[in-house]
Design a protein around this ligand. Structure first.
Ligand code: DQA
Length: 146
């Protein structure tokens, strides 16, 4: 079983960026924790971060035939990107949406997600744990399907 983890814009700055909201853990550390969790779940985890919408769209297209599911924190593109949503719908791979912060207790403009309607579920507000819970949920979903 292979899972693609996608991190959207500004998440490369995790650890330094607004630590009061996003915590002090770096993206490299999150990826390491995801790979470790993947080993426990016997799933291969491949991580990619990009600040560019088109690169993320290409990565979603490229997942077809390479990965069974997608775990995505689309960052601000969550609230703006029809293109990412359409890409997920197009490849039709089970996708779990995650956020470090609880987007529903923040500014109004973060309350809407273009990704949510094409995701199997969303986990928001648990910091790094959101990613680990999301990975577990995605792998469970993929295992129960097959
Ligand atoms: C985020 C929430 C988004 O609103 C924000 O733009 C991010 C990070 C999160 O993980 O909490 O960049 O996706």
């Amino acid at each position: 079983l292979s899972v693609l983890v996608l991190h959207g814009p500004n998440l490369n700055l995790l650890g330094q960026r607004e630590p009061g909201i996003y915590g002090s853990v770096s993206l490299a550390e999150i990826n390491r924790l995801l790979e470790e969790e993947g080993k426990k779940l016997q799933a291969k985890v491949s991580c990619l971060q990009s600040n560019h919408e088109g690169v993320l769209v290409d990565a979603i297209h490229g997942a077809l035939g390479q990965h069974e599911g997608i775990l995505i924190n689309a960052g601000a593109y969550t609230h703006t990107s029809v293109a990412l949503r359409d890409a997920i719908a197009a490849v039709n791979l089970p996708t779990v949406e995650v956020h470090l912060s609880n987007i529903y207790r923040r500014e109004e403009f973060r309350h809407h997600s273009y990704i949510a309607p094409v995701a199997i579920g969303q986990i928001s507000g648990f910091g790094v744990q959101s990613y680990l819970l999301g990975l577990q949920a995605l792998v469970d979903h993929l295992r129960n399907k097959t």
